[in-house]
Design a protein around this ligand. Structure first.
Ligand SMILES: [Zn+2]
Length: 336
């Protein structure tokens, strides 16, 4: 018994050594089964990491005294899509928005407060903003030809002024970053959106969307619209639209139809409530109602009974002009 001898050599008594030798294969198998596969960066991320190392070697001055470097910090912003082209300055130099800070690569300027950033002959100030532009413009990772080809096809065929791209989003549960996949589209004349089969779905990063939209001359026309379920969103795009495709807009939590419906309902209820505050609480209802209306009114009255003080207080606190507007409104479409 080789394994037993091995454990005895480690100082276990014979019985313990025999037990350990017996459970060893099962333990090894279990460890192998539950082992975390080593996280491998995608080729495009690796390409960026290589560029960062190159800059760190070339310009050791960009390293922070507390560790890390401006290039490494810049990399995070590039990957997140927080490096956005913003036209040219009055001298025709490129202008970028990096983490909300305006700066230029060719113009050699950035007005940020990074006093520790080195200024290098021919390169200018190497703060992380300008390093981010350098990384972004020397990187191929934001090119996604499959994404561009698909978007071009659907927008060329599309009727109407805009197209809704169906995008599946996964939230950043495990610190791997938000992820997005183009899964189909809708445009005018279609009764429902067309959904790609799973193997044709196109995974894309925010920098890749920024690149593709830039190539097409199309842009986001509205905030993302959340669809029922957990992953689906519509991203409405239109030609020439220039809603800034920033992180906070692209990953916006999304408007929902239910949200809008609820708001509309609340406005209606407030009008009714304001117009008939007293009657609502006290009077019997003597008009025929359908089931839906009856249920709504019962609910509303119940809530008003419970919160009557609050409702009255709110009403009293309203400016007179607003009270008048509510009352008038209530009378105009008053069916009671
Ligand atoms: Zn800067």
């Amino acid at each position: 018994m080789n394994a037993t001898a091995e454990f005895r050599k480690q100082g276990w008594d014979p019985v313990q050594a025999a037990i350990l030798a017996k459970i060893q294969p099962a333990l090894t198998a279990e460890l192998e089964r539950t082992a975390q596969p080593e996280k491998k960066a995608s080729p495009e991320v690796q390409a960026l990491v290589d560029l960062v190392s190159l800059y760190e070697t070339k310009f050791p001055e960009i390293c922070y005294t507390k560790g890390g470097s401006r290039a490494r910090k810049a990399m995070d912003y590039v990957l997140r899509g927080d490096v956005i082209g913003a036209g040219v300055d009055r001298y025709g130099n490129d202008v970028w928005l990096v983490a909300g800070q305006k700066c230029s690569k060719r113009g050699n300027w950035c007005d940020c407060k990074d006093v520790g950033a080195p200024t290098i002959l021919n390169y200018g100030k190497l703060c992380f903003h300008r390093l981010a532009i350098a990384l972004k413009t020397n990187w191929k990772g934001d090119k996604n030809p499959a994404l561009l080809a698909y978007l071009q096809k659907i927008t060329e065929d599309a009727r109407g002024a805009y197209v809704d791209i169906l995008i599946e989003r996964d939230y950043d549960y495990h610190g791997e970053g938000n992820r997005a996949r183009v899964a189909g589209y809708w445009c005018h004349g279609m009764s429902q959106h067309e959904r790609l089969v799973p193997q044709d779905v196109i995974a894309a990063t925010l920098p890749q969307f920024q690149w593709a939209f830039g190539e097409m001359g199309w842009g986001l026309a509205d905030l993302p619209m959340k669809l029922p379920g957990t992953t689906d969103y519509y991203y409405r795009i239109a030609k020439g639209s220039d809603l800034l495709l920033s992180e906070s807009i692209f990953w916006h939590r999304g408007r929902t139809w239910r949200m809008e419906d609820r708001e509309r309902m609340r406005r209606l209820q407030l009008v009714e409530l304001a117009a008939h505050l007293e009657e609502w609480i006290n009077a019997p209802i003597s008009i025929p109602l359908n089931n839906y209306e009856a249920r709504r009114i019962t609910e509303l009255r119940q809530r008003m009974k419970e919160e009557s003080m609050q409702a009255a207080e709110v009403w009293a606190a309203l400016p007179e002009a607003l009270q008048a507007a509510f009352l008038e409104n209530g009378e105009n479409d008053n069916a009671y």
